[in-house]
Design a protein around this ligand. Structure first.
Ligand code: ARG
Length: 386
């Protein structure tokens, strides 16, 4: 019997392998691991590869970076994707990872799909609804949840099985990384009253230590999607990578929030997402120049719904595509270039221009000599009902 496991080489997923093999209830003699490249660092992928070799399993690596950017991040930018202020990194990567796991299961003739999520988080929902949707006959297994393992017990179990893990009792972070963002949870971070130690951050400089000199970046959008950085046409993946680096150096893109999870309880979360901050700031700003007041108002409602579906991983719910279509239609006008200044943790828009700008000098300017008397009638009736 063969099981395919979504694998990062971290503590949770590493423990899953001996459990799948040794547990009488599971008893899978063959475990195949899959790491999906969604833009996490090369070291992360290497860690998974080495760990799989260590444990002695057949390991597959699937490159999905471009596809992730095109199918999930472009719509996210257009929808200004954010759930309660969280930029939706992990959430939007899970469906594509789950899809690739199913693909490997089919290729290798496996009958079970496995993830290493705990029974507390959101990822179990995101993985399983795609697993069940695409491969309804497969057995779905979640060893960490089924054993109700604590992180401490997992570390003990890793020692018992001789599986080397990076997580320690002092730094037991659960980290998830992709092209768009990095999340850090666990240990002392769980208490919302604790300040995060500087050592959890890898993508961003501490704003206080960032360069004194601001740096300017220029983002060009076509139909709501970034197509150029500082005037150079680049792929979305390249733009994001470059901005993660440049804006990260300026300490841009840290979020520390208390978030409402799918299961209904609150969890404290830390994130790093420099490119996302810059691109979403720029995109929102350009929309304010190019969309009508009514489009903006209605779009914000659609965005909230979109973000909730994305957060829950419900990208196969038909409404998700309906919302993408509606949002996509508004984006026809979202063309132009936005300039931002990066400085000590902030990304501030300083100018914007667009061939589709709705801004009219002749109407808005203090200097316009346009006849103003026409406003009188509108003003007179403006509080009429009151
Ligand atoms: N709270 C975030 C989310 O629900 C981050 C999850 C991070 N996942 C993880 N397995 N470390 O998307």
């Amino acid at each position: 019997m063969k099981a395919v496991l979504a694998f990062s080489g971290g503590l949770d997923t590493s423990i899953c392998v001996p459990l799948l093999r040794d547990d009488e209830e599971y008893g899978y003699d063959e475990v195949v691991t899959v790491a999906v490249d969604v833009g996490q660092s090369g070291e992360e992928l290497e860690k998974a590869r080495n760990k799989a070799a260590d444990i002695g399993v057949e390991h597959h690596e699937v490159d999905a970076v471009e596809e992730f950017a095109e199918r999930f991040l472009a719509p996210l930018v257009r929808a200004n994707g954010s759930y309660e202020g969280y930029v939706l990194g992990t959430a939007v990567s899970r469906p594509i990872i789950a899809e690739k796991v199913v693909q490997v299961a089919r290729e290798t003739g496996a009958s079970a799909l496995v993830h290493g999520c705990t029974g507390r988080g959101n990822d179990q929902f995101r993985f399983e609804n795609v697993f069940r949707g695409l491969m309804p006959d497969a057995e779905v297994i979640a060893p960490i949840r089924e054993y109700s393992l604590t992180r401490e017990e997992e570390i003990e179990m890793a020692e018992h099985y001789g599986v080397h893990v990076d997580a320690t009792r002092e730094e037991p972070w659960s980290i998830d990384e992709n092209l768009w963002s990095r999340s850090i949870e666990g240990g002392l971070l769980e208490d919302p009253g604790n300040e995060p130690p500087e050592s959890i951050f890898e993508w961003t400089a501490s704003p206080g230590d960032a360069p004194e000199e601001p740096e300017t970046v220029e983002i060009t959008f076509e139909e709501g999607v970034p197509v150029a950085l500082n005037g150079d046409e680049r792929s979305l993946v390249d733009i994001i990578r470059e901005l993660n680096y440049v804006a990260g150096e300026h300490g841009v893109g840290r979020t520390d929030i208390v978030e409402d999870r799918i299961l209904g309880f609150k969890a404290r979360e830390n994130y790093e997402h420099p490119a996302a901050t810059v691109l979403l700031e720029a995109h929102c700003d350009l929309e304010r120049l190019t969309l009508t007041r009514r489009q903006l108002k209605h779009k914000s409602t659609a965005e909230a719904e979109w973000a909730e579906l994305a957060y829950q991983g419900l990208v196969h719910e038909p409404l998700y595509e309906d919302l993408n279509a509606l949002i996509g239609s508004t984006q026809k006008a979202v063309n132009g270039t936005v300039t931002l200044k990066l400085h000590r943790g902030t990304a501030t828009v300083t100018s914007r221009e667009s061939p589709d700008s709705l801004h009219r000098d002749d109407l808005a300017s203090f200097e316009s000599d346009e006849d103003q008397s026409g406003a009188e009638g509108a003003v007179r009736f403006h509080g009429f009902q009151g």
